[in-house]
Ligand binder design. Structure first.
Ligand code: 4NP
Length: 146
């Protein structure tokens, strides 16, 4: 069982989008039993909220299924519950180091080798979707070859 937690700031746009895309890949390949996938935010601003509505629209447009979402903030106790924390931007990694009270950790990684822009600010949900999809494709290939 591989346990992956996607991380962004608010947990209503990028990380739940990444969660939905990877879950679709896994489902299409009948591998549900091998993975546990979740997402969290580093801020408590949106805790308890559903996806930001334009994110649902872009997922619908690309025919990506998703479950009901309830935004949650990462807590220190999450550290042992996941094998990888896959972050949308470098600042998310720094926030996790603070929350987990550690200096570095190989299980905290970036989804892409660059920051994924936050559509909450850019309003460009399609570019964010394309970037996240690219990152998930690469991640899924790596996980499948483990
Ligand atoms: P996310 O986007 O980190 O991709 O979920 C944001 C959502 C909400 C806020 C910031 C970013 N906010 O400040 O409430």
């Amino acid at each position: 069982m591989i346990r992956i937690c996607f991380v962004c700031l608010g947990n209503i746009c990028r990380s739940p989008m990444a969660e939905a895309i990877l879950k679709n890949f896994i489902k299409e390949n009948g591998e549900d039993a091998h993975y546990y996938i979740a997402s969290r935010g580093t801020s408590s601003e949106e805790e308890g909220n559903d996806f930001y509505p334009p994110v649902k629209k872009i997922l619908d447009l690309h025919e990506i299924e998703y479950d009901k979402h309830v935004a949650k903030k990462v807590v220190k106790e999450d550290y042992d519950k996941f094998d990888y924390f896959v972050c949308m931007e470098k600042s998310n990694m720094d926030s996790l180091f603070k929350i987990f009270q550690i200096e570095d950790c190989s299980k905290i990684i970036l989804l892409l080798d660059r920051d994924i822009s936050d559509p909450w600010y850019t309003r460009d949900f399609e570019t964010t979707y394309q970037d996240i999809y690219e990152g998930i494709l690469t991640l899924y290939k790596k996980l499948s070859n483990r």
